[in-house]
Design a protein around this ligand. Structure first.
Ligand SMILES: NC(=O)c1ccc[n+]([C@@H]2O[C@H](COP(=O)([O-])OP(=O)(O)OC[C@H]3O[C@@H](n4cnc5c(N)ncnc54)[C@H](O)[C@@H]3O)[C@@H](O)[C@H]2O)c1
Length: 346
């Protein structure tokens, strides 16, 4: 009989709901839900049959029956809650991004190591079969090398205003870009070499954001060249007016011999492969829940002493790339990624 782990979910917003359902689908027991908004936590607890609700994460984590703490809070809380949970001897699964800066991530990693607990990071979109099919085809040379991977996202200003706060979730380059940056790294099997980005705050005049002291970059074009010679391009805006109807373009990956289009990291049921003058549909397994999938893998890592699908290494790689992108936007320069990492980790 597989072990059913006891999980405390912290945060009952969009991701909190996905985590509660994902843990339950994976056969584990969500013993409590915590949110400063008690009515939100209670509504989710009632919907999902979870017995206990807290407003204070410290109380929830201190409960002796809790084995795993599942963090679904805004970015600024990832570090303090991870550190508190590690010091309480609990395993931790946190939503992405890892942290706001290398100081926070180093403190998290040190606490986890000292406590001898395990840590997993929520990059569930990178488990999509579309990412792994793209990796397989690129690594087999089906498209030729180098390849360009163009990703695109267009959205109205985010209803969760904290997403626009430079001191909150830090805008789309931090909050959303991480899904694309880890996908590039996976598909190219390489590390960034140089980074160039231009970014603006297109929504700076919007009255809905007037209460935010420092607005994050909401729109950017990012170009990252990898050591492999492959190039990732990310065009993003969260600066459009409410109910804006223009949509993002489909993601595209192409090299000298062919190309692929599709929603690579969005749990797609197919990709389109273009070789010479032909086009072929590549059917893929669609997971019922990528969250269940990521929790299955985290528990396997706990039970067999293996590695989770993503943890500090992946989180730090993506954090450093994001910070290099911010530096390029600020300075207008091309950033030498190796030199940037050396400087930043000093
Ligand atoms: N993996 C993904 O695809 C994905 C998608 C969306 C969001 N996320 C990440 O998940 C995290 C949460 O995002 P979300 O969309 O669920 O946000 P959300 O705003 O929907 O939910 C966050 C919840 O945390 C609660 N909260 C805030 N501070 C708290 C505290 N100190 N103690 C207890 N509760 C507190 C809020 O009341 C809110 O209910 C972010 O890091 C975000 O980047 C990941």
């Amino acid at each position: 009989m597989p072990k059913s782990w006891k999980v405390a979910v912290i945060g009952s917003g969009d991701m909190g709901k996905q985590h509660v359902k994902g843990w339950q689908a994976a056969g584990h027991e969500v013993v409590s839900i915590t949110d400063i908004d008690a009515s939100r936590a209670s509504a989710l607890a009632q919907e999902c049959g979870v017995p206990t609700v807290y407003q204070d994460y410290k109380e929830a984590i201190a409960e002796p029956n809790v084995e795993i703490v599942s963090i679904c809070l805004p970015l600024a809380f990832h570090a303090p809650v991870t550190i508190f949970a590690a010091e309480a001897g609990k395993h931790i699964f946190s939503e992405k991004p890892l942290a706001r800066n290398p100081e926070e991530s180093a403190a998290m990693e040190a606490a986890v190591r000292k406590a001898g607990v395990r840590f997993g990071l929520g990059f569930q979109r990178n488990l999509s079969q579309g990412v792994h099919k793209a990796k397989e085809l690129v690594q087999a040379g089906t498209l030729g090398r180098p390849v360009f991977f163009e990703c695109d996202s267009v959205a109205e200003i985010r209803p969760k205003r904290i997403m626009h706060d430079a001191n909150g979730n830090m805008g789309p380059l931090m909050d959303l870009g991480c899904h694309y940056f880890i996908m590039w790294q996976t598909v190219f099997q390489s590390t960034p070499k140089s980074v160039y980005a231009r970014g603006k705050v297109l929504a700076k005049e919007r009255p809905e954001l007037a209460h935010i002291q420092e607005l994050a970059i909401d729109s950017a074009v990012v170009t990252v060249e990898y050591e492999s010679g492959d190039v990732g391009v990310f065009t993003v805006t969260w600066g459009m007016p409410p109910k804006f109807r223009m949509k993002a373009r489909e993601d595209r990956l192409f090299g000298p011999k062919g190309g692929i289009t599709g929603g690579f990291n969005n749990n797609p049921s197919k990709l389109n492969l273009y070789i010479e003058d032909g086009v072929e549909e590549l059917p893929l397994v669609t997971y019922k829940s990528l969250h269940k999938e990521q929790f299955d893998r985290f528990v396997q890592a706990l039970e067999r002493q293996g590695e989770p699908a993503a943890a500090f290494r992946e989180g730090n790689d993506i954090l450093l790339l994001t910070l290099a992108i911010f530096q390029s936007i600020e300075t207008g320069e091309v950033i030498d990624f190796k030199a940037f990492c050396k400087e930043t980790s000093r």
